[in-house]
Design a protein around this ligand. Structure first.
Ligand SMILES: C[S@@+](CC[C@H](N)C(=O)[O-])C[C@H]1O[C@@H](n2cnc3c(N)ncnc32)[C@H](O)[C@@H]1O
Length: 237
């Protein structure tokens, strides 16, 4: 059901979104869970059982950027910025785009960013967000799919990997933004495989986000940047 694109009122859907869907249905309201194009914006409608509320998810990159600009310190102060290092203007691949928030951190710090997202609904929301913020396209691109399985002509300087933690999937009341991932994805069971691919991809820095208490990986991280609940393991190559 989630890979159906609903089109309200027979409006024309931009090709950058419609190209990923073969099942496009014209409807006249949006009562059920699903992805809806209303002529201007792509939205995902769903019922969040954990927070007992109807939700409408639209990604707004400029809103996220404004938010981040207010909250974020300069890169060396942020744990993620520390993990990325001081080198200016890197090409960063964000293997697990999700809401795009972490990837937009890198964008805000002046880097070129390539986000990947394998869930079709989340990818469509991201692609629509970028369509509505075209000024970001100079330094930001989004690919639907997995970095390891799509052919790319570039080699990133840094790779960021933030899979869905098993703990988040199990929690009965996930944080609000995690609830969306919980209903759309079944947890990322291929973490070892993806990390292994990233470590051998030619990137100089690989950053893995994990719960602070997670077991250490093999091979050992070059450095670990710990927060209260999460940590960033840095692997330098
Ligand atoms: C925990 S969320 C990432 C959150 C993200 N860092 C943010 O700022 O919102 C994980 C996301 O990555 C996607 N994902 C997981 N493994 C992936 C892979 N190997 N390639 C592409 N997308 C992946 C999932 O579908 C999910 O949307």
């Amino acid at each position: 059901m989630h890979d159906v694109l609903h089109c309200l009122f027979n409006t024309e859907i931009p090709f950058e979104i419609s190209q990923y869907f073969t099942d496009i249905r014209e409807v006249h309201d949006s009562p059920e869970s699903g992805l809806y194009w209303d002529g201007k914006v792509l939205a995902f409608h769903w019922y969040d059982e954990h927070h007992q509320s109807e939700r409408r998810e639209v990604f707004e990159f400029n809103q996220i950027l404004t938010d981040l600009a207010r909250k974020l310190g300069p890169p060396p102060k942020e744990l993620l910025g520390k993990a990325l290092g001081k080198e200016a203007k890197q090409l960063v691949w964000d293997l697990t785009a999700g809401t795009g928030r972490d990837g937009l951190n890198f964008y805000l710090w002046g880097h070129d960013v390539h986000m990947f997202e394998r869930n079709i609904v989340i990818a469509a929301l991201l692609i629509d967000a970028l369509r509505r913020a075209p000024e970001l396209k100079e330094r930001l691109q989004i690919t639907y799919g997995e970095a390891s399985k799509t052919s790319q002509s570039e080699t990133p300087d840094a790779i960021y990997y933030d899979p869905m933690f098993k703990e988040d999937v199990k929690k009965s009341r996930p944080r609000k933004e995690m609830a969306l991932f919980k209903i759309l994805t079944s947890g990322d069971d291929d973490q070892e495989e993806v990390l292994d691919w990233a470590l051998n991809s030619g990137a100089k820095r690989i950053i893995l986000k994990r719960p602070v208490k997670a077991q250490s990986t093999e091979p050992k991280a070059t450095a670990i940047f710990k927060g209260k609940t999460v940590r960033f393991d840095l692997f330098q190559r």
